[in-house]
Structures are given as C-alpha cells and as structure tokens.
Design a protein around this ligand. Structure first.
Ligand SMILES: Nc1nc2c(c(=O)[nH]1)N[C@H]1C(S)=C(S)[C@@H](COP(=O)(O)OP(=O)(O)OC[C@H]3O[C@@H](n4cnc5c(=O)[nH]c(N)nc54)[C@H](O)[C@@H]3O)O[C@H]1N2
Ligand SMILES: Nc1nc2c(c(=O)[nH]1)N[C@H]1C(S)=C(S)[C@@H](COP(=O)(O)OP(=O)(O)OC[C@H]3O[C@@H](n4cnc5c(=O)[nH]c(N)nc54)[C@H](O)[C@@H]3O)O[C@H]1N2
Ligand SMILES: [Mo]
Length: 771
C-alpha cells in the first residue's frame, strides 16, 4: 500500500474566520473523503441531541447558533469520520522500524485503525489478534506485576463514564498512577486556583461574556484552539467591552474576526476589530506585566483617595474576602518600573492604559491558556492574575471571574470523576464504601513523575487511554530509548501515531469508536457525557456507523481489561455497566453529589451546571479566604537571559490538534508548507548574522550535560519580541528538559525553553528527515 500523503501550499493570510476558515475545512474534507452524513453531524454538533465536538472544551450555549462549530471542530470531526482505514494489511507491509521514519501527519493519514493488534517482535510488525486474546493476556500480565509499577494514562477525550471506570479500575487494581494530558496543560490551573480560590477550575460561565466590560486575555489563541469563543468575543466587543491582550505573538484571531455565518461580513471582508490594546509581552513576562498594571492601579487609587474619593480598589471585598492583599500591595509599591519594563518587555505607558481600562470596567474577566500555564513560574503568573482580579472584586460576580480555556474536550471532566494522581482530590472513602475495597492512599505518578520512573526502569506497564504520550512529553529522545524496557504497553486509539511505534516487550494496539459513532451495547445505543470548560455537563449522541465492525467503545475496552485483571467483586458488575452506561452515571452520581439526577438531566440545553463555590465567594482555601499570591519572581522563565540564549515558544498551528497534524498550513500566521521553521525577530536575525531561509539546528541551553538537538529548521522572520524564538509543537519537544517544568504543578514549561542556535554541521536526524 502506498503511503498516503498530502501537502498544502499557497498563502492565505487574513482575518480569523472568513473564507479562509471555510477553505481550511474544505481542504481536510477533500483529503479525508469523509463518510456520508458528515454535514448533518456538523449541523448538530454541540447542540442538545447531537454529538459534542472532540476538538476543544469550549462551552456549548443553551441557544446555539445555526452552526455551533468552528473551523477546527469541523476538521476534527471530518478527521474522525474519514473513509481511510489503517488495517492489519497495512501493518503487514510496514515494520515499526520503517514507520518510525514517517512523519506524524503521514502516520495518522493512514486512517482509522480497524482491528485489535498485537506486536510481534520477530517480524517487528503489528499483527491481527482477537479481543479475547488481548484482554486475557493483558490481565495475566497485570496480575503478575506490582500495581505500583503500572501507569494508566488518559488523554482528555474519553467520556465521563469511561473515565470514572478507568480510574476505578486503577484503584481496584491498586494504584493512583493516573496521569492525564492535563498534567502537560492546565495542571498549573488546577493547583494554583485550588490553592488561591479553593476550586481547581475556572469561575466563569458562558453567560458572563454577555455582561463583562473588559477582558484581560493572556496567552490563549482562540482562532486556532477554541474557535467558537470568537463569537462571544465579537459580541462582547461590539457592545463596548474592551479586550486587552497580552501575547508575544500577534495572533490574528485576537485582532480581527470575520464571522463565517454572517453573510455581510463574508461579502465585504470586514469583520470586527477585537483587541482594544495588544501588548506583545516577552515570553514569561506576564508576572511583571500584571504587577505593572497593579502598580498603576495603586497610583490611581492613591490619587483618588487623596482627592477624598472612595479609591479604585474594592476595599470592602478585600477586607471581607481576601488574605495577604496588604503584603502584595506593599510588594507592588516596592517593585520599580525599570524592573517591570525589563521583565515584561512592555512600556510603562502601555501598562498604564491597560490599567485605566481595568479601573473603568465594573466587571472584568481574566482569560488565559498555555501562555501562562506552560512556564516554570506559571503558577505564580496565574496567582498574580488572580490578584489583579481580586483587587476590584472581580471574582464571584456576574460578568467577572477567572476563565482558563481548557484543551481537550473532556479534560476537565476526567479530573472531576477521579482520573487524578492526587488521592486527596478523590473521595476515596466513598469509593471504599460503594465498592467494598481499600483504595490505595499513596500519591500516584503525574506525567513528569511517570517519565522519570520510566527512565529509571521503575515502570513496568503503561496503558494509554488515547493520546500520543511519547510525542507530547518533553525529553523525547531519551524517553523513546527507555520506553521499550517495559513489560507491557497498551494503546487504546483511533489512529496510528508515534507512541504506538515504541512497543514494550508485550504490546497491544486496541482500536476504539470515536464520539460521533453509534455505540451499541447489550442494552441498546448508548450516550456518553462530557464536561466543558465552564463545568457544564452535556450528553453526546453518536450518529455514524462505526468505522469497522471490530471496534469497541472505550468503555467496553476498559471494562474488558478490568474484568480480565481483577478478582470478581459482587459490587462490580462490569458487564452490566457496559450494557447500560446509565448505570455508570448512577455510580458517578452516588460518588459525586453534584451529579444528582444525572440521567434525568442528560440533554439539558447548555448542559447542567456542576456549580463552583468560588463563584459564590465561598473560599475552600487554607485561610477560608481568597489567598493573594506574593510573587517571588517577575519573570515566569526558569532560566533568565544569557549571551546566545533565546527563549523558545512552542506553538500550535491552525492545522493541527496537538500531535495530530492535519496539514502544513498555518494560515493565520501566514506560514505555509513546512513546520520545520525557526521564527525570529528580524533584528535578532541580523544581530546573529542569520539570513531568511538559512538552515539551522537548535540545542537546548539548560546547563546540564544532556545534548538535546533538533536539526533542519529554516530561519523565518516573524514579529516576535527580541530574545524570543518560535517553532512548532511537537517537532521541538526533544528540546524540553524533563526537569524544566512549573515549580508547583510540574506542567512542562513548553513556552520558555532555553535554546541556542547552531549553524554548523548538521547531524542526520529523523527530525530533519520527517518533513
Ligand atoms: N485546533 C486545535 N485546537 C486545540 C488544540 C490544538 O492543538 N489544535 N489543542 C487543545 C489543547 S489540548 C489545548 S491545552 C488548548 C491550547 O490552546 P492555547 O492555550 O491557546 O495554547 P497554545 O496555542 O499552545 O498557546 C497559547 C498562546 O500563548 C502564547 N504565549 C506563548 N508564551 C507566552 C507567554 O509567555 N505569555 C503570554 N501571555 N502568552 C504566551 C502563544 O503565542 C499562543 O498564542 O487548545 C485545545 N484546542
Ligand atoms: N512542546 C509542547 N508540548 C506540549 C504542548 C505544547 O504546547 N508544547 N501541549 C501539551 C498539551 S496542552 C497536551 S493536552 C498534550 C497532548 O497530549 P495527548 O493528549 O497525549 O496527545 P494528542 O495529540 O491529543 O493525542 C492524539 C492521539 O489520540 C488518539 N485519539 C484521538 N481521538 C481519540 C479518541 O476518541 N479515543 C482514543 N482512545 N484515542 C483517540 C489518536 O490515536 C491520536 O493520534 O501535549 C502537551 N505537549
Ligand atoms: Mo492541552
């Protein structure tokens, strides 16, 4: 079978949305030849009775638009519903040794996996097997291993029902080793928000965007990563809300949006200008920038008080609800404008205008994404943003609050229903009571811990419920080398990816249904549920015939493995749960009271709200109040400036979903045709004697012995702040040291990686060969 490939060329820079976004969908449609009926599925996407998109976790409004989809949601759906199939015959033709030289894009382009597969060492190939054989063998191996040496990873797509049972399986078996893609993503949020406002998730609901007067927007790229956010943003700006953006990259989607569902905007090509002010902060410069805004607020407050007015800060709120605010304000007073300007890369005047907007607004929302979370001092940056909001009581009021934009479509929900390595976050006593067992109480392994343990040879088996762990993590080369020493690896997946090409001694590749497919079990067709970024729960209904009759649902695969591994327990009827997911929802409701009447509330328009104490100003923190952060640094970077050192931002293009590479167009940034680029400020290029298109290598500059290198990058001029360079995730992941992560949550610091540029002899490498 020939390798199926696709290349996209041609430049189409423009506003976010508009014709470009429709063409983006058409490109994927043309390459994937999706099954019939995709159009109907897209129309019903994110609406009650329809499928909930597998792309991002953005909220689903109670009154949806005609199309409640975005360019990338459509791409993700079409990508799942391709007619291409990656069959056992494909694997008969290609050894894993060969496939390791393929690019991420070409691997996934082979289409949907169709049958369960077992790795055969002799031929270095995956070969067809039966489900019974797979479950029996996995069960037998797991029974022989120490449960503490086994890791159950989850990437944030699997439903609440599957996630609940997966976590239960782990605990019945005997471990809390439940890392999640969240550990590389918003774990900084979970840890920081929990510590400071007593809840691990954002406090906003979708309707807050109808009432806010200003949005302070840090390090999140809506046009690419949460396209449906552009509609509420556009509406907010149109009614006078001011959008203040902090981002080293001038992201088109925050500058202008043309609504593809608005004929006038489409015809005239004129959309809505979004950002009132766009501050191109340095990578990691957010703490300094926010402290600068606070400093100006304080100056305004002093002046207002001197005039005999009430002041700018919400003193009643601070007095009643906050802890340590005086210490923070003292710290702000002590910080000089020189330091603020140096670390943020922003001018005092620009920060003062942002502060004026903040002070004039009655209700402010703070939005953020990976630009804050993926830094060594990311938790402090989130804490400092909370400080800013708290200063004027912007938490726990309609139209105000903190809004982390979550990634995977059910990543927040997986944590809610027990996928957590932190036993203190899980109602273990309740589980003990419900299922009559002693749950393990030890801390489990998060992603970085799991990587360390794998490198040290302490992990013997790794089960992956989705995702592409080996490609998403830092320290990729060393991790790939260590991986094969494991006794057992199991991947539950929809499409082939690089992680599948590094089998343990015993390895299984188990293909599952996607969310848009009909899931028929003994009790009939099933629905599944997910939780969005705003803590609302939605049912998702499958619409399409499965890609292959041999596929199983994720839930059935989890229960299949559990049954084959665990001793019988009269309280655990895995078969009954598989036959009727409603019974699993009853278990979720019995474990987590906020899920009461779960089955009756399945298709609530807009989802049903799980609630959030901080939204009601109930602070479940150490002091019982909202805790101010006292930042110990002004930059979130782990390593500061040094001669020859640049701070690398790893970015997502408009043509990818994490490690799934749809194509080679980054339309909104005007970058086309290749992902092996090194984006640089033109003055930095001149200073370093580099020319446009020159081929260079990057090495990490982390001060340790390990050589981490990626070759074959083309220098490309790009308007980044000086000292910052940009390139794509996951191609540049080999450069991130495993130890370079957020100090509290261990989220890998993928946005401020210290690197140096080399122009010398270029080592032959798979990274250069990949494209
Ligand atoms: N189409 C599509 N949708 C996706 C995904 C995808 O890959 N493709 N991924 C999903 C997942 S899992 C996630 S977590 C989300 C990710 O969505 P985002 O949170 O938007 O993540 P990124 O695109 O990695 O980076 C966000 C922004 O941070 C900026 N940035 C980098 N460094 C800094 C900094 O130091 N300070 C500030 N203020 N900004 C900075 C970057 O320029 C970029 O605009 O999207 C989800 N949705
Ligand atoms: N340098 C750098 N590294 C990063 C990031 C970054 O910004 N920069 N971002 C981090 C973030 S935010 C995240 S969330 C992680 C992502 O890490 P992961 O979640 O592990 O990776 P994905 O690329 O989302 O996983 C893609 C694979 O999931 C499988 N899949 C797709 N749909 C389904 C499904 O419905 N069920 C199952 N079982 N499998 C499915 C397919 O086989 C596909 O190949 O990467 C992190 N790594
Ligand atoms: Mo993520």
């Amino acid at each position: 079978m020939a390798q199926k490939q696709r290349r996209i060329t041609g430049t189409r820079v423009g506003a976010a949305g508009g014709w470009g976004s429709l063409r983006g969908i058409v490109d994927v449609y043309g390459a994937e030849h999706p099954v019939p009926g995709v159009g109907r599925t897209l129309i019903q996407l994110n609406k009650p009775g329809g499928t909930m998109c597998t792309s991002c976790a953005w909220g689903k409004p109670a009154k949806p638009g005609l199309f409640e989809i975005c360019e990338n949601g459509a791409k993700a759906t079409i990508w799942d519903l391709t007619t291409d199939r990656c069959t056992p015959e494909f694997f008969a033709e290609h050894s894993l040794e060969e496939l390791r030289r393929w690019s991420d894009h070409d691997l996934e382009m082979q289409g949907r996996l169709t049958e369960p597969l077992r790795y055969d060492v002799g031929s270095d190939r995956y070969i067809r097997c039966t489900w019974d054989e797979a479950f029996a063998s996995i069960g037998a191996t797991l029974r022989q291993l120490d449960p503490q040496s086994v890791v159950f990873y989850a990437s944030g797509r699997a439903s609440l029902e599957t996630s609940y049972l997966y976590a239960l399986f782990a605990r019945l078996y005997g471990h809390n080793n439940l890392p999640d893609s969240s550990n590389m993503c918003h774990e900084t949020t979970s840890v920081s928000l929990k510590e400071h406002i007593g809840t691990p998730v954002g406090t906003c609901v979708l309707e807050d965007f109808e009432h806010c007067d200003a949005i302070f927007y840090f390090g999140q790229n809506p046009a690419t990563n949460s396209g449906r956010f552009l509609h509420p943003l556009q509406k907010a700006v149109r009614r006078g809300c001011r959008l203040i953006v902090f981002n080293p990259v001038m992201e088109k989607g925050l500058v202008e949006f043309i609504d593809p569902q608005n004929p006038l905007e489409m015809l005239t090509g004129h959309g809505t200008r979004l950002a009132h002010q766009y501050l191109q902060v340095k990578a990691g410069g957010d703490i300094a920038a926010i402290v600068g805004v606070c400093k100006h607020l304080l100056e305004m407050d002093d002046a207002a008080l001197q005039r005999g007015g009430p002041g700018i800060l919400d003193r009643d709120f601070l007095q009643e609800h906050c802890h340590q605010h005086e210490a923070f304000l003292e710290q702000v007073r002590r910080t000089s404008w020189e330091e603020i300007e140096q670390h943020s890369g922003l001018q005092r005047d620009a920060l003062a205008s942002a502060a004026s907007v903040y002070a004039e607004a009655q209700r402010v929302i703070g939005v953020y994404g990976m630009g804050l979370t993926q830094h060594v001092h990311g938790s402090q940056a989130i804490g400092t943003l909370l400080n800013l909001l708290l200063l004027r009581g912007n938490i726990g009021r309609e139209g105000a609050g903190i809004c982390p934009v979550r990634g995977h479509s059910n990543v927040q929900g997986q944590r809610t229903v027990g996928i957590s390595e932190k036993p203190e976050l899980v109602p273990l006593d309740r589980l003990a009571e419900l299922f009559d067992f002693q749950p393990p109480r030890e801390q489990g392994l998060a992603t970085v811990d799991a990587c360390e343990a794998i490198r040290a040879g302490r992990v013997k088996a790794f089960i992956a419920l989705g995702g592409n762990f080996l490609r998403a993590i830092p320290e990729q080369e060393a991790m790939e080398k260590a991986w094969a020493a494991q006794e057992l690896t199991v991947s539950i997946a929809t499409k082939l990816n690089r992680s599948h090409l590094f089998p343990g001694k015993e390895a299984w590749l188990l293909p599952c249904l996607v969310r848009s497919e009909i899931d028929v079990q003994a009790g009939g067709a099933q629905v599944v549920t997910i939780e969005d970024s705003f803590s609302h729960i939605h049912a998702s209904h499958g619409q399409h015939e499965p890609a292959s009759p041999h596929l199983r649902s994720e839930l059935a695969i989890v229960t299949g493995m559990a049954k084959a591994t665990l001793a019988p327990n009269p309280r655990c009827d895995w078969d009954a749960w598989t036959a009727d997911y409603g019974k699993v929802r009853d278990l979720i409701a019995a474990t987590y009271p906020e899920f009461h009447d779960f089955n009756a509330r399945l298709d609530t328009p807009g989802g049903f709200y799980r609630g959030n104490p901080a939204r009601e100003r109930r602070w479940q923190t150490a002091s019982g109040k909202a805790e101010f952060t006292l930042p110990t640094v002004l930059s979130s970077l782990g390593l500061g400036d040094a001669p020859g050192r640049y701070h690398l931002i790893t970015m997502r293009s408009n043509d990818q979903f994490n490690t799934t590479i749809y194509g080679y167009s980054d339309r909104l940034r005007g970058l086309e045709g290749s992902r092996m680029v090194l984006l640089m400020n033109s003055e930095d290029m001149t200073a370093a004697g580099l020319r446009e298109g020159q081929e260079v290598s990057l090495q990490s500059d982390a001060g340790d012995e390990l050589v981490r290198q990626v070759d074959g990058l083309r220098v490309t001029t790009f308007p980044l702040p000086r000292g910052c360079v940009g390139g794509y995730y996951p191609e540049l992941n080999p450069l991130i040291p495993l130890w370079y992560h957020d100090e509290h949550s261990k989220t890998p610091a993928a946005k401020g990686v210290p690197v140096r540029i080399h122009t010398g002899a270029i080592r032959e490498s798979r990274h250069a060969a990949a494209l």
